[in-house]
Design a protein around this ligand. Structure first.
Ligand code: ACO
Length: 322
């Protein structure tokens, strides 16, 4: 059985760090409120002129170096983002050119905060079907570009950043003992478009700003995240207790903790980076994987469950052995 195995990981965060207290100068908010309601303490914002593909290229170089590969060793690039540099070409083809990759193919995936899960599931399908042997999967965002800085209910929650994984086809026994992606589970339900969206786009001739009914999103999050993680584990007959690390989308510590509790897993087995990164949408999971590895939390052979939910609503999870 062909398995898509992680052979490299890396990330990049823009230099500028903004602490919660900075928002107190321009908004009716406080460090205490932001920490208590979201778990966020600080976030990174891209410099003027620094684009999503710039962040993606830096994360990709780190992941390729970790894998000991060059751009031309890749067959495909999948980049998850809702904040691409331009309407077209895709940010992925911009990364392809920057990495000196002149073969294969590259494309963007747009599933907002669930984007990296969708991208991983697509990369896995390309590898398992024999279409590609090595795939670079990137999550990269500059959500600072779509914030309404007068809206305290949204602008304090998001940040910019990028993370990337290199996946390679390896032959395995087809059991849960194999390294690599073991199961994927994707969902969306477009009836919920109004609770999380950007009020602009190409077809409406205006970039727009992120709009969110936070309470409504919260209400769906814990239940849907626990359900998709359980569904992915069920597909391979695994129990939550066999999971070494939950690597959740980093939107809100209360959602992260609520989901872990529902899965019956202690917070000691959850990788948490939301305090330092804020919500980086599609970038949050590869960022957490990279930082979790750097911290010495995630080790070869560990079973990981990643899960995310975002605009759409779109949600899903991936189970893999690192
Ligand atoms: N500072 C101070 N007060 C604030 C702020 C702020 N930054 N923002 C809102 N408030 C006020 C509200 O106006 C409200 O005041 P009121 O009671 O007078 O009306 C009060 O604080 C409570 O607001 P709630 O919205 O009820 O607060 P809640 O506990 O629900 O927390 C939050 C809000 C953090 C947005 C939470 O609902 C949440 O995290 N929801 C999920 C959002 C999310 O995770 N989205 C991302 C997932 S999808 C994606 O990643 C794109």
């Amino acid at each position: 059985t062909t398995r898509a195995v992680v052979i490299g990981v890396g990330h990049y965060l823009p230099e500028r760090v903004v602490e919660n207290a900075e928002f107190e100068k321009s908004l009716d908010t406080s460090d205490e409120w932001i920490r208590a309601r979201s778990g966020i303490e600080r976030r990174h914002f891209a410099a003027e002129g620094q684009t999503t593909s710039d962040l993606a290229v830096r994360a990709s170089r780190a992941a390729l170096a970790d894998a000991g590969l060059a751009g031309d060793d890749l067959d495909a690039i999948i980049l998850a983002t809702s904040t691409a540099d331009l309407t077209f070409p895709s940010a992925a083809t911009m990364v392809q050119a920057e990495l000196g990759m002149t073969r294969g193919f590259a494309f963007d995936v747009q599933a907002v905060c669930a984007g990296f899960i969708y991208a991983l599931a697509n990369a896995n399908a390309l590898i398992v079907s024999g279409q590609a042997k090595r795939v670079l999967v990137i999550g990269a965002e500059t959500f600072s570009r779509i914030m309404d800085w007068t809206d305290r209910t949204t602008c304090v929650l998001f940040g910019d950043g990028a993370g990337a994984l290199v996946l390679e086809a390896r032959e395995g026994a087809g059991t849960n003992a194999d390294r690599g992606i073991l199961a994927t589970d994707l969902h969306s339900d477009g009836r919920f478009r109004d609770i999380l969206y950007v009020d602009g786009g190409v077809s409406t001739q205006n970039t727009g700003h992120l709009r969110m009914q936070g309470k409504e999103v919260f209400r769906h999050a814990v239940e849907k995240l626990a359900a998709t993680a359980t569904a992915a584990l069920d597909k391979i007959g695994m129990e939550a207790q066999e999971v070494d690390w939950v690597v959740p989308h980093q939107a809100n510590i209360r959602i992260i903790a609520g989901t872990a509790k529902k899965l019956g897993l202690p917070m000691e087995r959850v990788v948490v980076t939301v305090q330092d990164h804020g919500n980086t949408s599609a970038a949050s999971i590869p960022l957490a994987l990279s930082v979790g590895k750097e911290r010495g939390q995630i080790k070869p052979g560990d079973v990981l469950v990643t899960e995310a939910i975002g605009g759409g609503l779109a949600w899903g999870s991936v189970v893999l052995r690192w």
